[in-house]
Design a protein around this ligand. Structure first.
Ligand code: BDR
Ligand code: CA
Length: 336
């Protein structure tokens, strides 16, 4: 089984990322860290605990991480995820376990370093604050992991501004520090909005999840998708169904084992840190700024910045197979 750590901000779509990470037989979920994002740290942590209880996995430890970015105030998304971060159902259980008290970055370091070198996947489906802190405080973890799979960014579409995606916009400095960290060269998988907007929880998908004789568990997941569908229709006019962003970043880690085909494009990613396009991600050919580069840094305008590392960006995925994988995961958790 592939050891995996999930850093998230649940979140309707994070809920499905947790489901896949916690229940798939080819994954060994070592722990979850939570981060400010869709709602406050306290709320997203409680959501993670409640979801793990619902999934029959209350033993997965949950570590609260950063409540805000280093350099700016936190931004939340009540218009998309409601006040709690996972509004829309009264079927969520009270958590049977409590959050851990150990520092999240230390917990991530200890869990990652206890795995065999080059095997552990770190998946980030929220803002990048925890991950940036982890790599800054414990650089050995970046060398040690097999991959870092990120849901974030967008190249032809935004969701928090016309050009920026929420996870990157909330903490662009942390995102930028990750996309320029030399130890992560060739290790980052990026799942941008351009890809997640191909994977919609359509009415047909939602009916498949509910089945003819829904259990309370299936009803709960269906409620969550209905709420998410409602906000996406209202806020973005997306009436075919909401994109289920986050579980794609988990699935990408075991794509081969799942027989799930992705199309990847290689490039380096630059994050706009200020101005009207703050949080925008730009995909550049690897080494694009190399004629100006010196000592691993690139000159962008007047600014000297570290150079972007090589990233694999998801461009396409076998959507039908992805939903099969999700529906199987729901069936497994439903029968626990
Ligand atoms: C991302 O932002 C959050 O609202 C979702 O959970 C997802 O991680 C999509 O932009
Ligand atoms: Ca998320």
């Amino acid at each position: 089984r592939v050891p995996i750590w999930l850093d998230c901000d649940p979140g309707h779509d994070d809920a499905f990322a947790i489901l896949l990470a916690a229940t798939h037989p080819r994954l060994n979920l070592l722990g979850i860290s939570t981060v400010h994002g869709n709602s406050s740290l306290q709320k997203v942590t409680n959501n993670a605990l409640s979801l793990l209880t619902a999934y029959g996995c209350p033993d997965v430890p949950v570590f609260p991480g950063a409540r805000k970015p280093f350099m700016r105030p936190a931004v939340h998304a009540p218009d998309i995820h409601g006040k709690t971060g996972i509004d829309g159902t009264d079927l969520l259980p009270t958590p049977v376990s409590a959050a851990q008290t150990k520092n999240a970055a230390e917990a991530m370091r200890d869990a990652i370093m206890a795995t065999r070198r080059g095997t552990c996947a770190l998946v980030v489906t929220g803002t990048m604050t925890n991950a940036a802190l982890l790599f800054a405080a414990f650089p050995e973890t970046a060398e040690h992991i097999r991959c870092l799979s990120i849901m974030g960014g967008g190249f032809s579409v935004g969701n928090i501004t016309p050009v920026s995606e929420f996870n990157i916009y909330c903490d662009p400095e942390s995102a930028s520090s990750i996309f320029t960290l030399p130890a992560l060269n060739d290790k980052i998988l990026m799942i941008p909005l351009d890809l997640t907007h191909q994977v919609l929880a359509t009415p047909r998908v939602r009916t498949t999840i509910l089945t003819d004789a829904p259990t309370p568990f299936r009803q709960m997941l269906h409620d969550l998708l209905m709420f998410f569908a409602g906000t996406y229709a209202r806020v973005f006019g997306m009436t075919d169904g909401p994109p289920l962003h986050d579980p794609l970043a988990v699935a990408a880690v075991i794509a081969e084992e799942l027989s799930l085909e992705f199309d990847w494009e290689e490039g380096s990613v630059e994050v706009v840190l200020a101005g009207g396009e703050m949080g925008r991600t730009l995909l550049k050919p690897v080494g694009a700024a190399s004629e100006n580069a010196h000592e691993g840094r690139a000159v962008i305008g007047d600014e000297v910045r570290p150079r972007g590392v090589r990233v694999r960006v998801g461009r396409g995925v076998d959507v039908a197979r992805f939903w099969e994988v999700m529906v199987e995961a729901i069936g497994r958790a439903d029968s626990v």
